[in-house]
Ligand binder design. Structure first.
Ligand SMILES: Nc1nc2c(c(=O)[nH]1)N[C@H]1C(S)=C(S)[C@@H](COP(=O)(O)OP(=O)(O)OC[C@H]3O[C@@H](n4cnc5c(=O)[nH]c(N)nc54)[C@H](O)[C@@H]3O)O[C@H]1N2
Ligand SMILES: Nc1nc2c(c(=O)[nH]1)N[C@H]1C(S)=C(S)[C@@H](COP(=O)(O)OP(=O)(O)OC[C@H]3O[C@@H](n4cnc5c(=O)[nH]c(N)nc54)[C@H](O)[C@@H]3O)O[C@H]1N2
Ligand code: SF4
Ligand SMILES: [Mo]
Length: 754
């Protein structure tokens, strides 16, 4: 008999509640859960394909272990023996930094990915940490760290109440939103328009989101920091700066005005290819709106001035008094956040506490740039040991990071590599051990990360929709065992990992004067935890210690896991609320408007005033029925307009002699790739667009459907040397490329050879 089961969708940041139809352990259907307190029934094509994705026949069912060069199915015990035997000698001989930990995007979409990697990194003591954050949002972490003293204090636009939204380098109609968790983002934008609000979109492409906008500015890629600096300049020049209630929390307003002096609308207009009047209008509209929110995403982060652009996004929110007020941009308060401590000065945010070995990139938030992973493996220096072993969890950097060919070779040269991944793909094919997590229907779900970025405070938890298949191991247990095997405790009970974290967390809480459990006995508190397993007990602990928690009895009406389980569609915790100054952790206890590292980076932006790209520049794009590198294997989600084609403007196509549908050769600093041309005026002149996550044509992978239409790896056009210096984030957008019809290229090669 078919039954239904609830499951929060883990496939993008929107976190929609799904109602799955389950028949004999198999998901046969998925629809939006109309009773979900947050998503209220919304679903997109990826969520609707949940069953297909869950049942993909290419998902690995058992661990793989390399024997005589070949990956073979093995038992879990053999696999973890091989992990311990592979990692420990590297740690013991070369030290912990010779073990690289690589964490990919799906870690923010699983409970396991939130709960265990921090324990792994602390336990190993490695400084060689690389994550998808440095090909994504690291600039936002750095700007938040510098402005607010906390890299995770990211203001979120109050989508449902704002009067004016300025959206920069984001395309939520395809991505469903990012660093702004909002199920039915498209519907929320339409509601903004319907209530008389206005939407401005800054994007070199006329995206589906831009088509909804009142004003679309097709900026030249990579120049948003200039554009935003000139917008801020206009606010100062025209006396429109009005921080309102924020004023007492600000430091450095006068210095900020002086630092932006050079960035007049006229000065930036040519570089941005946006006329000065439009920039003034942007500033005036922002200042005039009763409430407004400025929000930037991928297109504002993955560029040479990503940290400056991210900083300016919040500077504009602050100058117009829109930070921390309803309708503006606010700090969410998630149910599993730590107990809010009293406001006051903090430790501040430090950058560059250590550096990468080869190119001396500063660490940011404890991470080194993913773009530097290959050189950290393949380049010997007089300083320290290269990375000799890699632990990759939910990561496919061979496709996601610059210069995949070099990384591909580097990974192939390691002494040891383990991948926790459901697929044998471009990256995991190099592993000596592959540990496959179960499909999502067999995993529990809670959004530790995205609830801290959501447009409404709410909390939801779903247990596995179907029981683990025989032979499967929960990803939480896989990662707990991996922690033990990598840290010299191979064979210990995986529950010990959770017990250790619970012990430490409760011990610390009992010592904190502001904690609801101050002075209580941690052992007694641990005994009060409910939940069927370690991860659930940890969730219960975090909920009870959190801002809405029961404080282990201090507030009997507060949240606990039991209470959450009694509300299967979630608990609404209300709209975002002003929180300043409580979230500030700067040394001054204020919002530091012009932090030192930002001021020191401004001369580089001033130099960009005179830069003009000569030829074509490349940007990316996303498709609603895809997600990064790992959804091209599901037939229901491929085909149609979801293809790896090069978008180029008709006038550019004509000038280059490129015809629609014909293959073109694209050349960048890191190499060249071939893709069919798609001639379209969706991109502005001078800009071409190729999506990422493609290039499924390497041998030794097992994603059969994806391999049938492999596409090209856009990141092969990059050589990994272009970074935003403050954050170490890779420059993925606004990259110079050359494009030529393939036929002409072939002819030229032919001529050169004869
Ligand atoms: N040119 C260009 N490059 C980009 C981007 C761009 O816009 N342009 N975007 C960047 C961004 S924003 C990101 S976040 C990165 C993403 O980069 P990555 O995180 O490296 O890539 P993903 O494709 O998201 O998936 C990583 C791996 O997770 C596995 N996986 C899927 N589900 C699970 C699970 O439940 N558990 C485990 N353990 N593994 C799972 C997949 O099989 C895949 O191998 O790419 C970046 N690269
Ligand atoms: N369907 C789908 N959804 C996804 C993903 C996916 O791959 N597919 N990936 C998920 C992930 S990991 C992330 S991080 C989010 C990303 O979420 P978004 O940031 O909303 O995603 P993108 O569609 O990459 O939008 C970036 C936009 O920036 C524009 N752009 C490029 N360069 C510039 C520039 O220099 N300036 C300006 N102003 N704009 C520029 C691009 O044209 C593009 O439209 O999406 C998530 N959701
Ligand atoms: S919008 Fe995102 S969370 Fe919602 S159904 Fe689609 S993929 Fe899942
Ligand atoms: Mo991302």
């Amino acid at each position: 008999m078919p039954r239904t089961a609830l499951r929060i969708c883990p496939l993008c940041e929107a976190t929609c509640g799904l109602t799955l139809t389950v028949d004999g352990g198999r998901v046969t259907g998925a629809r939006g859960d109309r009773d979900d307190v947050f998503s209220k029934g919304f679903i997109c094509p990826k969520g609707a394909a949940f069953g297909d994705l869950d049942a993909d026949p290419d998902r690995l069912r058992a661990p793989l272990v390399r024997v005589d060069g070949e990956l073979r199915e093995a038992t879990w015990a053999e696999a973890f023996d091989a992990v311990a035997a592979g990692i420990r000698p590297v740690v013991e001989t070369y030290g912990p930094h010779a073990v690289g930990v690589v964490l990919g995007n799906p870690n923010v979409h699983t409970m396991a990915g939130a709960l265990y990697p921090p324990v792994l990194i602390a336990g190993l003591g490695t400084r060689s940490l690389f994550t998808a954050s440095t090909v994504d949002q690291m600039p936002k972490h750095v700007s938040s760290g510098l402005l607010f003293g906390d890299a995770n204090a990211i203001p979120v636009p109050d989508l449902d109440r704002t009067d004016h939204l300025l959206l920069i380098g984001a395309n939520p109609l395809e991505s469903n939103g990012s660093l702004c968790t909002a199920p039915d983002f498209p519907g929320r934008l339409k509601a903004l328009r319907a209530r008389g609000g206005t939407l401005t979109v800054i994007d070199p492409r006329r995206t589906r989101t831009a088509r909804l906008a009142d004003r679309h500015i097709a900026v030249r890629p990579g120049t948003d920091a200039l554009l935003l600096a000139a917008t801020a300049h206009t606010l100062f020049a025209e006396g429109l700066v009005d921080p309102g209630d924020l004023a007492p929390h600000l430091q450095g307003l006068g210095e900020l005005a002086a630092a932006l002096d050079a960035f007049t609308p006229e000065a930036v207009a040519d570089a941005c290819d946006v006329d000065a009047d439009t920039i003034r209008a942007l500033a005036r509209e922002l200042a005039a709106a009763p409430t407004a929110a400025v929000y930037g995403r991928i297109g504002s982060c993955t560029v040479p001035h990503g940290t400056l652009a991210s900083w300016l996004v919040d500077v504009l929110n602050i100058l117009t008094g829109n930070l921390d007020r309803p309708g503006g941009a606010l700090f969410p308060q998630a149910a599993t956040d730590r107990t809010p401590r009293p406001a006051g000065p903090g430790r501040g945010f430090a950058l560059g506490r250590w550096h990468s070995r080869v190119s001396r990139h500063p660490e940011a938030k404890g991470e080194l740039p993913l773009a530097a992973l290959a050189e950290e493996i393949d380049t010997a220096t007089g300083r320290g040991e290269p990375i000799r072993a890699v632990i990759a969890v939910a990561a496919n950097p061979v496709l996601s990071a610059p210069d995949g060919d070099r990384l591909d070779k580097a990974l192939g040269s390691l002494d040891f590599m383990v991948s926790v991944d459901p697929y044998l793909n471009e990256t995991s094919r190099h592993a000596h051990v592959v540990l496959p997590p179960p499909p999502p229907a067999q995993s529990p779900h809670h959004d530790f990360a995205f609830n801290t970025l959501a447009v409404r405070n709410q909390v939801r938890y779903t247990r596995p929709a179907v029981p683990l298949e025989p032979g499967r191991m929960a990803e939480t247990e896989i990662l707990a065992r991996l922690v033990l095997a990598a840290t010299g405790m191979h064979g210990a009970d995986p529950a010990a990992v959770d017990a250790l974290v619970i012990d430490q967390t409760l011990g610390r809480a009992a010592r904190e004067p502001h904690s609801p459990v101050h002075g209580r006995d941690p052992e007694e508190l641990a005994g009060l935890l409910t939940g069927e397993n370690g991860p659930e007990r940890r969730l219960d602990m975090m909920l009870r210690l959190g801002p809405y928690g029961d404080g282990f009895g201090a507030d009997p009406d507060g949240l606990t896991l039991d209470r959450l389980l009694a509300h299967p569609h979630g608990i609404d915790l209300g709209p975002l609320r002003p929180r300043l100054p409580q979230p500030l952790r700067t040394r001054s206890g204020k919002v530091e408007l012009l932090p030192g590292p930002i001021a020191a980076d401004l001369p580089r932006l001033r130099a960009a005033l005179d830069e003009r790209p000569g030829g074509l520049v490349l940007v990316g794009r996303r498709h609603l029925r895809s997600n990064n590198s790992w959804m091209h294997n599901v037939p229901a989600l491929t085909g149609g307009s979801n293809r790896c084609t090069l978008h180029l403007h008709p006038e550019d196509a004509e000038a280059l002699g490129v015809r629609d549908g014909e293959p073109v050769r694209i050349k960048g600093a890191g190499g060249e790739v071939t893709a069919p041309a798609e001639v379209t005026d969706v991109v502005r002149r001078g800009v071409v667009s190729l999506p990422h996550g493609w290039g499924h044509d390497r041998p030794g992978t097992r994603t059969r459907h994806a391999a049938a239409d492999p596409g090209a790896n856009v990141n092969q056009l990059l050589d990994g040397s272009l970074l935003d210096p403050l954050s170490g984030n890779a420059v993925l957008n606004g990259v110079p490329v050359e494009v030529a019809p393939l036929t002409a290229a072939v002819t030229k090669t032919f001529r050169a050879l004869t």
